[in-house]
Write a protein that binds this ligand. Sequence first.
Ligand code: ADP
Length: 272
Amino acid sequence: MSEQVEFRNVSFRYQEDAPRVLKDVDFSIDRGEWVAIIGHNGSGKSTIAKLMNGLLFAESGEVRVSGEVIGEENVWDVRKQVGMVFQNPDNQFVGTTVRDDVAFGMENRGIPREDMLRKVPESLKAVQMEAYEEHEPHRLSGGQKQRVAIAGVLAVAPDYMILDEATAMLDPKGRQEILETVRNVQQESDLTLITITHDLNEIVAADRVIVMNEGEVWFEGTPREVFSHKEALSRIGLDVPFVAKLTEELRSQGVHVKEEPLNHEEMVEELW
Ligand code: ADP
């Protein structure tokens, strides 16, 4: 089965007498896809992430992971399949070295020591942090910390990984590092990636984008399709990035600009 995550008419509210924060949300994500979920603050993105790994359960409708509806009875199996990286890198470290930290998730799952010894460097290599095994996590830059957090998730070989605003606290360099890492990981594995962001710059390289607005799926399409609705996007509080505006302008003047993915560096190359 290729559909890995399915939301079927999912509604959710945090308290019985409160309004619904998700309203009939319906989408699916295929194995190996990179899907970006975007929307302004409060549009329901994190709630979706929590429903995907059983931290919350749908009030009505169904959330399926690998074909199984998530419920109290299978929630622990689901959590083994799902890896999550959150906003604040400092809250995610438990080890005194990068190696301990990456090994932590594996220890929790009772993975044999020989496998751990193999997996730690492998996972660090996937995020270009192999030279940092002995380093203390808290001395790393924000971008490096998030890459180590991603390595920790990769080490336990989940089927899918959710990055919930994982770049939000980083400077532009750190942000770029994470986006490149995510792209490499996605290209080199059949991991399903779900990145959650409120920044349209971060959806450029995704396969598909789900735009949320006030608890509803507002639009679903490729990054290019999303960017083509720039006026409507700004009405729901999302600004089309400069690079996308420029691409559109160049295309309208007959300049050949290659298909997605494009990013700042590629755009600079095109222009020069
Ligand atoms: P986003 O991730 O897009 O910022 P969230 O999913 O965090 O949005 O929030 C959606 C709505 O649910 C918001 O109105 C938010 O205030 C509300 N909400 C989020 N978490 C809670 C909670 N624990 N209790 C009550 N309301 C919440």
